[in-house]
Ligand binder design. Structure first.
Ligand SMILES: [Zn+2]
Length: 381
């Protein structure tokens, strides 16, 4: 059984249904204990995330939900810093997951739970990797998926959703109008077999992300000294930190890696608050950025994300649009076909890798094959 409580009122997750928010106070549900398997029983890495997650903790289901997520390669490469020195960096290739992003670890865990609760219809608001991922896992589970997206959304991620027969609802107006439309439609649907499978608020996805920490530990034989990753909601950051803290509690590693969350300067609330305290919030913008996957003005678990980074001894960075574009090319030349959202880690590595605690690992979150038009823009004819 999963151990989940409301972070606001402390009430446990209900024994039936699949609410994304506390049914008493609408607070966010947190995992209070990770459903991870003890290290002595990690036997078959071919099982991907389910080599580390206790599938039975997610409730009764006829089979394990998997599309082969996890077990992504760790590829080492040299980064030349501005002083001309080179440093080795391990690149965790999360863009090689089944639907092209780390979100698959979360979707597999979440859908596994939803099956156990008899859910047949999932609602989600995302025009990006999270929506593409949930749509694929829902299709595999025989669930109907409804994806609410801004009317302007287009591109490969949208095609991924449509290809697996997800029902796409284009909504005019702001990003929050999209979520409001979803909640309104879901409320009108009285069937207890429908739920809001939000990748941002559901707690199950974090358990999936925690497996990334365990994989890194197995691949390196120790914890990274530093971990650099894109941060929007910060769900990946939180999940991975939870995984490392679980390893600390078992005496497998000494401490959490120093965690460096990277945001696009156009929308960098975590960086602003970390750098300037509450005053930073006054000038947080939701500007346009190529790094669309981390364009989040109000991260749901923002406080926890900030505290985790501070506890790790790490920091936040904000990077400019020109740097992102340039570094997509750097990554591609290394054979790493990543999307702009993932490329944000490169400017940080170039400037700071030589002072970071070794070994340094950067998480490359999403595939560049979903945004080839950006490569066309930067490639010579
Ligand atoms: Zn509550």
């Amino acid at each position: 059984m999963l151990s989940i409580r409301c972070s606001n009122c402390g009430k446990p997750y209900p024994p039936e249904g699949a609410p994304d928010r506390c049914v008493i106070c609408t607070g966010i549900y947190d995992l209070t204990e990770l459903p991870l398997i003890e290290p002595s029983s990690w036997k078959d890495t071919a099982k991907g995330i389910w080599n580390y997650l206790q599938v039975e903790a997610f409730g009764e289901a006829p089979a394990t939900m998997t599309l082969g997520e996890g077990l992504t390669p760790l590829v080492w490469g040299s980064i030349e810093s501005e002083d001309g020195k080179t440093s080795e960096v391990g690149f965790k290739c999360e863009f090689l997951n089944p639907t092209g992003s780390f979100k698959d670890r979360g979707s597999a865990a979440c859908v596994q739970f939803l099956i156990s609760r008899g859910i047949q219809t999932v609602y989600e608001d995302s025009s990006g990797n999270a929506g593409a991922s949930l749509a694929a896992y829902a299709a595999r589970a025989g669930m109907e998926a409804h994806l609410y997206v801004p009317a302007s959304a287009s591109g490969v991620k949208m095609e991924q959703m449509k290809t697996v027969d997800a029902v796409v609802h284009p909504i005019e107006g702001s990003r929050s109008a999209v979520t409001e439309a979803l909640r309104r439609d879901l409320k009108a649907k009285t069937a207890p077999t429908a739920c809001y499978a939000s990748h941002a608020s559901m707690p199950f996805n974090l358990a999936g992300y925690a497996t990334l920490a365990i994989e890194l530990f197995e691949q390196i034989g120790r914890a990274p000294g530093s971990l650099v990753l894109p941060a929007g909601q910060g769900g990946l950051l939180l999940g991975v930190a939870l995984g490392f803290e679980w390893l600390v509690a078992r005496g497998k590693i000494e401490r959490l890696p120093q965690i460096y969350g990277v945001q696009a300067r156009a929308c960098a609330p975590l960086w602003a608050v970390h750098s300037y305290g509450a005053a930073g919030l006054a000038w947080v913008s939701e500007g346009e950025t190529m790094a669309e996957g981390i364009r989040i003005k109000y991260p749901l678990r923002g406080d926890a994300v900030l505290q985790t980074v501070e506890r790790s001894g790490g920091s936040f960075f904000a990077v400019d649009e020109e740097e992102i574009l340039e570094e997509m090319k750097t990554a591609a030349r290394m054979g790493l076909m990543i999307e702009a959202t993932s490329a944000v880690v490169f400017p940080v590595l170039t400037k700071h890798v030589h002072v970071m605690k070794q070994p340094v690992v950067a998480i490359l979150t999403g595939s560049g094959y979903k945004s080839l038009e950006k490569y066309e823009a930067i490639s010579p004819d």
